[in-house]
Write a protein that binds this ligand. Structure first.
Ligand code: SF4
Length: 424
């Protein structure tokens, strides 16, 4: 939008006439870091127009307007009005608060995102918001309730991204696979089918995250017959203990989750499953932690993202009694990270000596080899191999010679297709 209106983008280290700061509020640290960066922008050029947007702006516009030097606040909706506000402020020099009640919004805000700085993978946002209200999470208050993007617009955006040279599209959102829950005759499985059949030249579709409850028979079938959806699902767990899941207000039990995993593994035995886990949720006992530990071992994830519970002000969990001691949380985090490393190696070792398709993303420094590339396979194995920079962004066949974590070692076999990519 700014480019279309004649603005030029400069690096943060340059002086700018307008600063647009996109903020985060998922943790209290997100708020703090956002405030720091706003102050830095104001210090850099006190004459500049400072416009603050994003989740922290949505939930706390008053707090942000009070920071000296902030001129405009826009939340997570009405972002198309931003340039108009900037021009208005240039004339009037009056502060503008453009934040409105997000909870009333039931329509997905269309915004064209035709390219990314990371040139190998493109994110495609298909929905916004969440209706779940887990007790530790502030997101529904910053993003509002679930709303889906129009299917035709999703397909059009995907085609645009493929035409711009992207091989892989990652479907993203807040509650991504909740796509369609606000529609009558259309659902997530149908969107997957449309993307597969209507987008010319698309090679890989990745779903950024899917809740266990959203793995319906229809979705399993779509994955099973697809040639483009990758063999990888991220299924958030958060805890493997039913009592903790209850306190988190997650809408499944460990048994339900396991049943879904078993079902999908039956259809797709090689599937990589990754997950998020929160450790040290209020009141988490040793027994509850061990229930989570053992559950994770049983499921056999290919990678885990482990987070120590962080008290997000304004959420029910932040007010719960029995907050877990920080040292104990850290100890539990380390135990789960160790388990995750071990499970990741076990998963990857199944593919040793196999030839897999990798999309190299970047060069990495390696003392023994000047041309080392790194990229992901469809089943999300991070592979390091000797190659040349022209391979970046293309689909390359690589033999996995040694499983490991975080890197697997491989040797280049051949390039699958010669289509050149735009600037890398
Ligand atoms: S489902 Fe995800 S986004 Fe929604 S409230 Fe729970 S943690 Fe937050």
């Amino acid at each position: 939008m700014f480019m279309d209106n004649g603005y030029e983008r400069v690096d943060f280290d340059h002086d700018a006439d307008v600063y647009v700061i996109n903020t985060c509020t998922v943790t209290n640290t997100g708020d703090k870091k956002s405030r720091q960066i706003i102050r830095r922008a104001v210090r850099k050029n006190p004459e500049a127009i400072v416009c603050v947007t994003g989740c922290y702006a949505q939930t706390s516009p008053g707090e942000i307007m009070e920071i000296p030097g902030v001129d405009i606040v826009v939340g997570t909706q009405d972002r198309k009005k931003m340039i108009g506000y900037i021009e208005e402020h240039q004339k009037t020099r009056e502060p503008i608060n453009g934040v409105t009640n997000i909870m009333k919004n039931r329509v997905f805000e269309e915004m064209d995102v035709p390219e990314f700085t990371d040139r190998t993978r493109a994110s495609l946002k298909i929905q916004e918001g969440c209706n779940n209200f887990c007790t530790f999470c502030i997101i529904p208050w910053s993003r509002g309730l679930l709303r889906s993007r129009d299917p035709e617009s999703v397909v059009l955006q995907a085609q645009k991204l493929v035409d711009a040279g992207y091989k892989e599209i990652v479907l993203t959102g807040i509650h991504t696979a909740g796509y369609g829950e606000d529609m009558k005759d259309y659902n997530f499985a149908m969107l997957l089918h449309d993307l597969e059949t209507k987008v010319d030249g698309l090679k890989r579709i990745r779903i950024s995250s899917i809740e266990a409850s959203q793995i319906t028979d229809e979705v399993i079938e779509a994955l099973d017959r697809s040639e483009k959806i990758v063999r990888h699902l991220h299924i958030p767990l958060q805890s493997g203990s039913d009592t903790v899941l209850g306190r988190m207000r997650r809408k499944y039990s460990s048994a339900f989750y396991k049943e879904k995993v078993n079902k999908i593994r039956k259809a797709l035995p090689d599937l990589a499953i990754t997950s998020d886990v929160i450790v040290g949720f209020p009141g988490e006992t040793d027994k509850e932690f061990m229930e989570t530990y053992n559950f994770i071992k049983e499921v056999g994830y290919s990678e885990l993202h482990v987070f120590p519970f962080s008290r997000r002000t304004g959420t029910p969990a932040a007010r719960m009694k029995d907050q877990v001691d920080e040292d104990l949380k850290n100890e539990r985090v380390h135990r789960l990270i160790e388990l995750s490393d071990q499970l990741a190696k076990e998963y990857a070792s199944q593919f040793e000596d196999e030839v897999l398709e990798v999309i190299p993303e970047e060069r990495i420094l390696d003392d023994n080899h000047p041309e080392m590339l790194v990229g992901y396979t469809d089943n999300y194995l991070k592979v390091r191999f000797a190659g040349t920079p022209e391979m970046i962004g293309k689909i390359v066949r690589v033999k996995l010679t040694k499983a490991g974590y975080p890197y697997n070692e491989g040797t280049f076999v051949r390039i699958m297709e010669s289509a050149t990519h735009a600037t890398v």
